[in-house]
Design a protein around this ligand. Sequence first.
Ligand code: 5GP
Ligand code: ZN
Length: 117
Amino acid sequence: MPTDSDCLFCKIVAGAIPADTVYETDSVLAFRDITPRATVHVLVIPKSHEDTLGQMAADHPAGVADLFAAAREVARLEGIEESGYRVVSNVGADAGQEVFHVHVHVLGGQQLGPVGP
Ligand code: 5GP
Ligand code: ZN
């Protein structure tokens, strides 16, 4: 499984940095964001290192589908599947991507503001 020794999320996958895991499969890990910006704020990542969602969509589209399926499962486990939730991914600098290991944010448990800058 490709890993990047300098990558924060690869270290979480390896167990070298602790995380509050809420869901896991062979290919995906979901854990609570360390700085939650909603009542529910979970990050869903592939266990295999890829830099951005855009690159993953080009190289490994089935993996992208796995992330969204896992996001739905997280919403179900967190009890927000019916009330609604947001799945969002920052891709690159202008979007404010801080960690260059693919992740989608699952946000919910409250009324969310509009998507925008
Ligand atoms: P980005 O801005 O790249 O889309 O989101 C990165 C997210 O990772 C941020 O929401 C940030 O709070 C979260 N984060 C950064 N470092 C850690 C960490 O060590 N543990 C966890 N659980 N989340 C982190
Ligand atoms: Zn990584």
